[in-house]
Write a protein that binds this ligand. Structure first.
Ligand code: MEV
Length: 339
């Protein structure tokens, strides 16, 4: 029997980076999804359908590797430096998957191995939660294949452990948005606070400026290394803006939301996570009468744009050779695909 699962990508409407410091973030699920199929096998077989990469290893090997990665993670947490973990994960493109599958297997203790087929519509490292969406759908697919009906909470909890191995000290917002879907108000904690966000007719144009050179973990570390006296007031301002955005989304005022985007973008640029390409795109969008901000860790990746005429954003994206999507927000969370 084959089980097929999918989970959406996400965007940060506001609060990326600030969420790492206990501030609220608003995230929404988008229509691009990661798809994982799973069927029983003797070992662990992985087929990355988009790149054609295939790998096979034993169940014990996967669990041992996950345990090793977890111990390097524990060490990194104590020292507040995850560079050794990132070095392991960057060794090749199968190591992160081996650690992820091994972690799920250690959590669920399944009797059989698994053959996994993975494909994703979500551009990698773009700020759209490609890894979180994979973590959520992979966990659910392996569980379902073994007849384990995970609650959404447990699905999310395991996915968060996978995200920690990939990013060091993530807030958990990304996996929560991909697991639950719709739009959420998220404050990290034990447990994290998650509330639904009301959004009236919110549509976005998303432009991808290209894969960042630095990983999410590295960008989070770079912000952490800023002087607190410089960083903290900007985080406080992002918190105030998050509250204003929640009201603005509920009232459906696109103009207000757009203005908050612009302020958030300025603050993210001051925190050093924007790029020249993003700054140029944001200027072009503003000159055309719209609003724009980066979304996710930054350092490249997507820019959320708002304009009464999405065609204007499409033109600007086209002139720069960037990918563009026009999308509603609030896609369904992780689900079993029946067809
Ligand atoms: C990454 O998508 C968002 C960050 O805030 C990191 C996190 O929340 O873990 C930069």
């Amino acid at each position: 029997m084959e089980v097929r699962v999918s989970a959406p990508g996400k965007v940060h409407l506001i609060g990326e980076h600030a969420v790492v410091y206990g501030k609220p973030a608003i995230l929404a699920a988008v229509g691009l999804r990661c798809h994982v199929s799973a069927k029983a096998a003797d070992s662990v077989c992985i087929n990355l359908k988009d790149s054609g990469t295939k790998a096979e290893f034993g169940i014990e090997e996967a669990m041992d590797f996950a345990a090793e990665a977890r111990s390097v993670w524990n060490d990194g947490r104590q020292r507040n430096d995850f560079s050794a973990l990132f070095a392991i994960m960057k060794k090749d493109n199968i190591s992160p998957l081996k650690a992820m599958v091994g972690t799920v297997m250690s959590e669920l203790k399944p009797e059989a191995g698994v053959s996994l087929g993975i494909s994703s519509e979500i551009p990698v490292g773009s700020g759209m939660g490609s890894s979180a969406s994979l973590a959520v759908s992979l966990t659910r697919a392996i569980a379902e294949m073994n007849g384990v009906r995970l609650s959404r909470e447990r699905n999310n909890e395991i996915a968060f452990r996978l995200e920690q191995l990939l990013h060091g000290s993530p807030s958990g917002g990304d996996n929560t948005a991909c697991c639950y879907g719709n739009a959420i108000w998220f404050i990290k904690g034990s447990p994290s606070a998650v509330e639904p966000v009301e959004m009236k007719g919110m549509r976005l144009a998303i432009v991808n400026t290209g894969e960042p050179e630095r990983t999410t973990g590295e960008l989070v570390s770079a912000v952490r290394s800023l002087d607190e006296a410089y960083r903290n007031p900007r985080m406080d301002e992002l918190e105030r803006l998050a509250h204003r955005m929640r009201d603005s989304l509920a009232s459906g005022s696109a103009e207000n939301t757009g203005r908050i985007f612009d302020k958030a973008q300025d603050l993210l640029a001051e925190l050093g996570v924007s790029t020249e390409k993003i700054d140029d795109l944001v200027s072009d969008v503003k000159r055309a009468g719209g609003h724009a901000k980066l979304s996710g860790a930054g350092g490249g990746g997507i820019v959320l744009c708002m304009h009464k005429d999405a065609g204007k954003i499409m033109e600007i994206a086209g002139e720069n050779g960037y990918m563009f999507w026009e999308t509603g927000l609030g896609a369904e969370g992780v689900k079993i695909e029946t067809e």
